[in-house]
Design a protein around this ligand. Structure first.
Ligand SMILES: NC(=O)c1ccc[n+]([C@@H]2O[C@H](COP(=O)([O-])OP(=O)(O)OC[C@H]3O[C@@H](n4cnc5c(N)ncnc54)[C@H](OP(=O)(O)O)[C@@H]3O)[C@@H](O)[C@H]2O)c1
Length: 261
């Protein structure tokens, strides 16, 4: 199937590893020129080299800390100076402390909100005018099943906010042929997967393996996803073939979410 992505330019945030990197590679494989970003410069350059070597596409790495407004400003300045056109934005970032409501302070909430919600709003709002001018655009928010199903309180609250923002944005942008959707990954094998498993193990006095085994009992497919399995949906939603899909929130979760919708 020709996805019609050849020659498009895509920005994928938080993309030196994990789900973001897999999406960047998936888009490059389909013929997109891709901009990737993250904090650690060495990892970022390495990721760009690896994706370029695998896909033969031009990958531009730009360093940014998406939790810092000044860093985002500089990043966006460089981005808009260097690229007149960004057709596809994949907003993929998030980081929440694994805590219960009584363990969270104001700072936890604010830091997480700035990283998970405000950074995504800031980037989307900056790129929208040029998408509107061309009456073509795709915006994809990579959130979490936490948006749909209660778990960690801070993740549930803030992921649901991102999905709500995306849904309203989809309505407001439909007349410009800009499609906006959210993806909700569940357990996906990345650094973060093991990081969270270790945090839970420490809290419960068990091991990483025991935690993962317990998690998998809640997944009908009885295994975690690979980052590529999440990336496949993002690539499809970015494509011409997804031209009548907007305002949705789709999980890639092996059946984990218990609700009907
Ligand atoms: N993996 C899962 O099981 C799972 C499940 C549900 C939801 N998710 C969500 O999916 C998204 C991607 O997760 P992942 O598993 O791919 O994570 P990951 O493997 O830990 O990768 C995170 C990426 O984000 C970058 N990053 C982190 N903080 C950043 C910041 N402040 N500014 C810029 N870049 C930053 C990292 O690079 P640097 O550290 O160098 O900045 C790295 O490239 C996250 O929002 C995560 O919460 C993941």
């Amino acid at each position: 199937m020709d996805l019609g992505l050849t020659g498009k330019t895509a920005l994928v945030t938080a993309s030196s590893r994990g789900i973001g990197k897999a999406i960047a590679q998936g888009l490059a494989t389909e013929g997109c020129q891709v901009i990737i970003c993250s904090r650690d410069k060495d990892n970022l350059l390495k990721a760009a080299e690896q994706i370029e070597a695998k896909t033969g596409q031009s990958i531009t790495p730009i360093q940014v800390d998406l939790s810092q407004k000044d860093s985002i400003e500089q990043f966006l300045k460089r981005l808009t100076n260097q690229f007149s056109t960004i057709d596809i934005l994949v907003n993929n970032v998030g980081g929440m402390p694994y805590k219960r409501h009584y363990e969270l302070n104001q700072e936890d909430w604010q830091l997480s909100f700035d990283l998970t919600f405000m950074s995504q709003v800031h980037i989307a709002e900056t790129l929208l005018p040029q998408m509107k001018k061309r009456t073509w655009g795709r915006i994809i928010f990579v959130t979490s099943v936490a948006a749909k199903q209660p778990g960690m309180i801070i993740a549930h609250s803030q992921r649901a906010s991102v999905v709500a923002y995306a849904k309203t944005l989809a309505n407001e942008l439909a007349e410009h042929n800009i499609l906006v959707n959210s993806i909700c990954p569940s357990f996906t094998v990345t650094n973060k997967f093991y990081e969270v498993a270790d945090q839970v193990a420490k809290r419960e006095g068990s091991s990483r393996e025991q935690v993962i085994q317990q998690w998998m009992k809640s997944v009908p497919l009885r295994r975690p996803a690979s980052a590529e399995e999440v990336a496949n949906l993002a690539v499809f939603l970015a494509s011409e073939k997804a031209s009548y899909i907007t305002g949705t929130c789709i999980q890639v979760d092996g059946g984990f979410v218990k609700s009907l919708f």
